[in-house]
Design a protein around this ligand. Structure first.
Ligand code: DP6
Length: 324
């Protein structure tokens, strides 16, 4: 009753921002991401008769109460599916800079879903695993797959059709995603709370919902046609729109640091010199820059020279779930 799984994190090109059902993690809009090769979670789950509660070890430390509760609630959903009441020991290693705007919850819950269901002997299709992972953290449903992945918001109240699927294999289009770390501290507002507040009271949220499906459609066409400029433009605009909705919330949410803005200005300036590169930002200060592999070295070097930038890591489209 033991299994180990690894899941990569993902970066959304078209963002998931807002839930229509918080318990089931049903989103207000569909989204699209690239699974990254460099950041991943490796999780071992063992269900045991002798345990009186779930145990968590997170990066060699006992997890916080909050993390333990999240993991335990999630495991209970899986226990209900499998028809067992056994508790589990969960050991997880995160090769992701946690809580700095990298979706570590995505790789974390994808790996946990895969390891726990395998440990219990459940034979699931990828779509079924995606539906389960979604109920730990929305973006986790996309990390089941490699490459370019779409999460269809679905329409059902029970969430069975709110599921991700791969739209292009990681080997079919090699782009570089430069992850620029400008702030390694703990982020101020979790994406969970940030999106909740935005949906509740930002007057701009309606504008987001009015346009996000067009952005998604355009991104899918750009991916199909391998049109880098078109993909970059719609990605960047979508990220800025998401941040604009948060700025309209009360109290407002601003994730950017000065280093974030430095990178945004640098990339915009770079394009004026004819080099195509585009940025996106999640619920944190870090920036991911999408560029073509032939421009990667030069852009990486220039980003490293910016005052507010601590580190730049080059990532590529990576694979989906693997079992170790
Ligand atoms: C800005 O998936 O972390 O990264 O579902 O509440 O766990 P919960 O939120 P989470 O939110 C991700 C928000 C985002 C955009 C995205 O990844 O699509």
């Amino acid at each position: 009753m033991k299994a180990t799984a690894r899941a990569n994190t993902n970066i959304a090109l078209i963002k998931y921002w807002g839930k229509r059902d918080e318990k089931l993690f049903l989103p207000m809009n569909s989204s699209l991401s690239i699974t990254l090769d460099r950041f991943y979670s490796t999780t071992t789950v063992e269900f045991m008769e002798e345990l009186k509660e779930d145990k968590l070890i997170f990066n060699n430390n006992p997890g916080s109460n909050e993390d333990r509760n999240k993991v335990s609630n999630f495991l209970t959903k899986i226990r209900n599916i499998a028809g067992t009441n056994l508790y589990a020991s969960v050991i997880t290693e995160n090769n992701v800079p946690t809580a700095a705007g990298f979706a570590s919850s995505a790789s974390g819950f994808a790996a946990l879903a895969a390891a726990a269901t395998k440990a219990l002997g459940l034979k699931l299709k990828d779509e079924e695993l995606s539906v389960i992972a979604r109920q730990g953290s929305g973006s986790a449903c996309r990390s089941i797959y490699g490459g370019y992945v779409e999460w269809d918001m679905g329409t059902r109240a029970d969430g069975r059709d709110s599921v991700a699927k791969q739209i292009l294999d990681e080997k079919q289009w090699k782009l570089t995603i430069l992850s620029a770390i400008v702030d390694s501290g703990i982020k101020k507002v979790s994406s969970r709370d940030g999106m909740k507040r935005t949906v509740e009271n930002s007057p701009y949220y309606k504008g987001w919902l009015d346009t996000v499906s067009d952005d998604l459609r355009e991104a899918k066409i750009a991916i199909k046609e391998r049109d880098f400029q078109r993909l970059g433009e719609v990605m960047e605009s979508n990220a800025l729109k998401m941040h604009a909705t948060m700025l309209g919330a009360r109290p407002p949410i601003l994730y950017w640091e000065s280093g974030t803005v430095e990178i945004m200005n640098y990339i915009t300036e770079l394009r004026r010199t004819g080099i195509p590169a585009y940025f996106t930002i999640d619920a944190g200060a870090n920036v991911k820059v999408l560029c073509l592999p032939e421009h990667e070295e030069g852009i990486k070097k220039a980003l490293m020279e910016l005052k507010g930038v601590l580190q730049v890591i080059a990532c590529y489209p990576g694979q989906g779930i693997s079992y170790l």
